[in-house]
Write a protein that binds this ligand. Structure first.
Ligand code: IPM
Ligand code: MG
Length: 370
């Protein structure tokens, strides 16, 4: 079979390379057992790129990313690179990828898998069966808004500032993705901002309202202030279906939502760009957890979010629904069999490291594909 699926893998820093190793084993398994061959290339990003190339992401790597059919990203950052200054942060790697590939819709599903109901810090009754989708805008807002900086004031003080900004089209294109997703789910979108405090928040609310009336009258739309949304997510998370929100609020609320599912180590994500005239769309897949420098190199990190990010990649970039579902099923089965990494450990379960978790998934895949 020709290898026409071009995949760029950027493991990054910290636990990134460890959890990515387990994805590579899944890719090899698919090559062997399902005769699906990927044309995989690897590169550095973040701190590892600073160490190798002197910059968080090189122009060459950006070119590779633009040419790839899909990008599988690990995580970046760590104390080692903290002192390099704002212009040389490892995080620039992911921010530049999002911005230059125009990956504006960051899909962050928070799903409570049945075997993990007791791993959440919230009561089982509150989170059982939870399935929400946070659609986070990811190329605009205060992450990229100008002006930004630190200036000196006449009185000797300094003033630091960033700008929250959203245009009509920026709000509309990410909201369209949310409405379209809702149609395939429970048909409900909750748009989240601070229209009570921020001018850009009020504009966000008005723009989403107008778009819904014009293009998605069949989808139920509600609005919520971001602070209330944070509260409602822990009070009664199942009231939500799809949440659409800005870059910064989406960053906060998705970390919060991840803990409903038991662990930050469980959440995959997909970041999609617009569909181009060629029919192709840039897309990047990454776990929402960070590089977790505190546990890096110990072989104890949970590889599930990275593996499930790969499943999302198969589904959204290659239309390989069957293979995606197979991998997700294997993850659930391994948990059902009682295997747990430290972050989701529960009494009566067997605590395993990254490698054993990965191996067990391959064994489940063998069984499921037999
Ligand atoms: C995320 C991360 C990033 C973000 C960092 C690493 C720049 O927290 O993907 O949620 O803030 O977007
Ligand atoms: Mg974050």
């Amino acid at each position: 079979m020709p290898a026409n699926k071009n995949l760029l893998i950027l493991p990054g820093d910290g636990i990134g390379p460890e959890v990515m190793r387990e994805v590579r084993r899944v890719i090899d398994w698919m090559d062997r057992r399902r005769m699906v061959t990927f044309n995989v290339s690897d590169d550095h990003a973040g701190g590892s790129a600073i160490d190798t190339y002197g910059t968080p992401i090189t122009d060459e790597t950006m070119e590779k990313a633009k040419a790839a059919d899909a990008i599988l990203f690990g995580s970046v950052g760590g104390p080692k690179w903290d002192k390099l200054g704002f212009q040389l942060r490892p995080e620039i790697a992911i921010l530049r990828l999002r911005k230059e590939l125009d990956l504006f819709a960051n899909l962050r599903p928070a799903i409570v898998l049945d075997p993990l109901v007791d791993a959440s810090t919230l009561k089982a009754d509150v989170i059982r069966g939870l399935d929400i989708m946070i659609v986070r805008e990811s190329t605009g807002g205060i992450y990229f808004g100008e002006p930004r900086g630190v200036e000196s004031l006449p009185d000797g003080q300094k003033r630091g500032f960033d700008t929250e900004t959203y245009t009509t089209s920026e709000i509309e294109r990410v909201s369209r993705i949310a409405f379209e997703l809702a149609r395939k789910r429970q048909n409900r979108v909750c748009s989240v901002e601070k229209a009570n405090v921020m001018q850009s928040g009020l504009f966000w609310r008005q723009t989403v309202t107008a778009l819904q009336a014009r293009e998605f009258p069949d989808v139920e739309l509600s609005h919520m202030y971001a602070d209330n949304c944070a509260m409602q997510l822990v009070r009664n998370p199942r009231q939500f279906d799809v949440i659409v929100t800005s870059n910064l609020f989406g960053d906060l609320l998705s970390d919060l939502a991840s803990m409903l599912t038991g662990s930050l180590g469980m959440l995959p994500s997909a970041t999609l760009g617009a569909i181009q005239p060629s029919g192709k769309r840039h897309a990047l897949y990454e776990p929402i957890h960070g590089s977790a420098p505190d546990i890096a190199g110990k072989g104890i990190a949970n590889p599930l979010a990275q593996i499930m990010s790969f499943a999302m990649l198969l589904r959204h970039s290659f239309g390989m629904e069957e293979d995606a579902a197979l991998i997700e099923k294997a993850c659930v089965n391994v948990l059902r069999n009682g295997l747990r990494t430290a972050d989701i450990m529960a009494p009566g379960s067997a605590r395993v490291g990254t490698g054993v978790m990965g191996e067990s998934i391959l064994r489940e895949l063998d069984k499921l594909a037999a």
